[in-house]
Design a binder for this molecule. Structure first.
Ligand SMILES: C[S@@+](CC[C@H](N)C(=O)[O-])C[C@H]1O[C@@H](n2cnc3c(N)ncnc32)[C@H](O)[C@@H]1O
Length: 235
């Protein structure tokens, strides 16, 4: 297995047929409207801070309404692509577990789909780092993985299908390090809300019911496949 940095430098943020390999490997075009609504909800929650830090921004930094956006990632390929996709941003190469920033120097911070790729024993350090450099609020999109029992039960048929496909072709999905801590672990740092209740399998299986999921998912933060950790430093 490649290291996370090697994967993003050499594979994840390269393009195939105009699309990033990472998106082709881990996401589908299904449920675009639902995914957009989840993003929009987070965008509204964040509002328009003076300076938003998007840490582990990847190739496509968060589409925020911030007055200024500082984008950090440890992959040089991510940073080079991010510059093209968000030309008005500011860019720094850096590691989330040791941010090259002073205490309280950004207004708010967002970090999406990353901390679960950090070594399980360093994830708390990553959260402490984003908290240290932030003045007001941090928003962390996590992946509950095996802890999202309800979603996992609801998507069992597709999981079994994917598992059998992987047995036949072990390279059908490229693997990078992943470790999901429990909701309880996450809750020690702040409040848990919902970013997105369903995972990709759920979006495929319940594509006709996404309107209903959108209506109820905010009531199910500790069942969400992608919980949103909100840390308010002024509380
Ligand atoms: C799944 S991508 C998410 C990118 C982006 N936040 C998004 O939601 O599209 C994970 C990103 O985190 C970056 N990353 C992983 N570990 C990191 C670390 N320790 N420090 C900084 N960036 C990291 C990777 O280089 C990659 O760009």
């Amino acid at each position: 297995m490649k290291s996370v940095k090697e994967y993003y430098d050499e594979i994840g943020w390269t393009k195939q047929k105009g699309k990033y390999v990472d998106s082709l490997s881990f996401t589908t075009d299904k449920g675009a409207k639902y995914k957009l609504a989840c993003n929009e909800r987070l965008r509204e929650m964040i509002g328009s801070p003076e300076l938003l830090l998007d840490v582990a921004c990847g190739a496509s930094p968060f589409n925020s309404k911030a007055k200024k956006q500082l984008c950090i990632d440890f992959s040089i390929t991510a940073i080079n692509e991010a510059k093209k996709n968000r030309p008005d941003g500011f860019f720094v190469l850096g590691d989330i577990t040791s941010l090259p920033l002073k205490d309280n120097c950004v207004t708010d911070t967002v970090s999406m789909h990353t901390i679960y790729h950090v070594d399980k024993d360093r994830q708390a350090t990553a959260i402490a780092e984003i908290k240290r450099v932030t003045k007001n609020k941090c928003f962390v999109v996590y992946n509950a993985g095996k802890h999202a029992k309800l979603v996992n039960i609801l998507t069992l048929p597709l999981q079994l299908w994917n598992w059998s496909e992987k047995r036949i072709n072990p390279n059908s999905k490229r693997k990078i390090y992943f470790y999901a801590h429990s909701y309880k672990w996450l809750e020690q740092f702040g409040e848990i809300k919902t970013y997105r209740f369903l995972n990709e399998n759920g979006i495929k299986l319940y594509s006709k019911l996404l309107w209903l999921v959108s209506k109820i998912e905010m009531r199910l933060p500790k069942h969400s496949y992608h919980p949103l950790l909100v840390i308010d430093k002024n509380k």
